[in-house]
Design a protein around this ligand. Structure first.
Ligand code: SAM
Length: 319
């Protein structure tokens, strides 16, 4: 059966002729080499790349594993996201855009705020979850923010992006910020939340230093795959550079240990990326997994940085 999704090509977005997502974990779809892609050798070796230069590391994760991974992320991040969105303000009647919506928890929150006269458009390259949401003021759109036109989506009063740009790397992420800023109506606001790696570990633990080296090594490895776990600190400058004002930021995180939700998310993520993990570590990732799972080991390795800004209104610009 021909691999239809490969022609448009994002990693793991492999559909059969009926449009069903095919399980294709960690295999380069047939025909990739002849589609004119120019992926990095390492990505090809790991089966991360389909036919474009889009390299989404979790793109071919089986549904149950990805559901678990996203669920853990939502448990940790949603309360902070919802609080930030309320602080920023989502007026009734707003038109909102959620980019890379995942399972759509933030999009659903926006729906509760914008009311019967508002609208929420949720986009993703993988619409497995959002296409199941049915509401007259909600629209799920299969859309690749790197490749598909954004103009067709219209203008928005609020745009929210969470944990997408870090997955697509610094250069492409910068381009996405610019395109999204162009989709803000005058006075419209954008909130972007992205990871920021931080390395701190309880020094009384015997493997504290080894842990930091392992995390640093994995971080460096993922940069070679096109990710950027330092996207958080890039955001304020990026929003300023695309002409937004009223820039603000905050950062959130916790001291975690084995058995908590963060650690569960991290272990699930490593499981999803197991081919890359096997390539990165000579022990197949056994040590880093054991230290994440160690209940007696307290550490900080992952912060969530949020930055927001507004598109100036014409009066504001000329005054
Ligand atoms: C780590 S998940 C975060 C999901 C959601 N934003 C959240 O925080 O719960 C990243 C999401 O971005 C989507 N994604 C990755 N590359 C994309 C692209 N080029 N265009 C649109 N969505 C993309 C993935 O399919 C996935 O749903």
């Amino acid at each position: 059966m021909p691999v239809r999704g490969a022609a448009r090509g994002s990693i793991g977005q492999v559909h059969d002729d009926e449009g069903r997502l095919r399980a294709n974990p960690w295999h380069v779809p047939p025909g990739v080499a002849s589609l004119g892609a120019d992926p990095c050798d390492l990505c090809l070796k790991l089966g991360l790349v389909a036919s474009s230069d889009v390299q989404y590391i979790f793109g071919s994760t089986p549904t149950d594993l990805e559901t678990k991974r996203l669920d853990r992320l939502e448990q940790v991040l949603d309360p902070h996201t919802f609080e930030r969105l309320d602080r920023l303000g989502v007026p009734r009647g707003s038109r909102c855009l959620e980019v890379g919506a995942g399972r759509g928890t933030s999009a659903l929150f926006l729906l509760t705020r914008c009311g019967a006269n508002g609208e929420v458009v949720a986009t993703d390259i993988d619409t497995r979850w959002i296409e199941q949401i049915r509401h007259p003021n909600f629209r799920a759109v299969r859309h690749d923010i790197l490749a598909d036109p954004v103009e067709d989506l219209g203008l928005f009063d609020l745009i929210h992006v969470r944990y997408l740009l870090g997955n697509i790397g610094a250069e492409r992420g910068q381009d996405v910020v610019q395109r999204l800023a162009g989709r803000l109506a005058p006075g419209g606001r954008i909130l972007i939340e992205e990871p920021q790696v931080a390395l701190a570990a309880d020094p009384s633990h015997a493997h504290s230093d080894a842990w930091k080296r392992l995390v640093q090594h994995w971080d460096d490895f993922t940069v070679r795959l096109g990710l950027d776990t330092n996207f958080g600190v890039r955001l304020p400058r990026l929003l300023l550079s695309v002409g937004l004002d009223s820039i603000g930021s905050d950062i959130q995180g916790s001291v975690t240990h084995g058995g908590d939700t963060w650690s569960d998310w991290a272990l699930t993520s490593l499981e999803s990326a197991k081919n890359a993990v096997a390539q990165a570590f000579d022990d197949g990732g056994a040590r880093i997994r054991a230290l994440i799972a160690d209940e007696s080991f307290w550490k900080v390795y992952w912060l969530s940085a949020a930055t927001w800004g507004s598109r100036p209104t014409p009066e504001h610009t000329t005054s």
